[in-house]
Design a protein around this ligand. Sequence first.
Ligand SMILES: [Zn+2]
Length: 129
Amino acid sequence: MRFKIADEEFGEIAKELFDEHKHKLNLMVDPSRVLFLRSEKKKKNAYAYCKVIRGEYEFLTNKRFFIVIVSENFDALTTDKERKYVILHELKHLYYDDEKGTYALLKHSLQDFHQLLVNPSWNLELITE
Ligand SMILES: [Zn+2]
């Protein structure tokens, strides 16, 4: 199996990061709407990636996004700070339109990500996936 559910590993830390940074970073989606997975599949240059849960699959769960941790790259990170930034970066991708009730992913536009860009320089590497 290439994917494993990793809610237990990442759910709590994502919730902490969300509560701490939601206003400053304008985070829109509570991590309770995210299903965390770990992937054993190799994916060059990505520590993690996210996807919207679409169509008929929406009926299976109240989750609306996957955040997939790429084990090979993520586990090579050496500090908690780096791991937190990866999760924060993925949370920043998640977009919810209150009025329409629609979910989407934000791209790496400087406008959307400028709040993250003011943070430590290594974070620049994360946005050039
Ligand atoms: Zn990204």
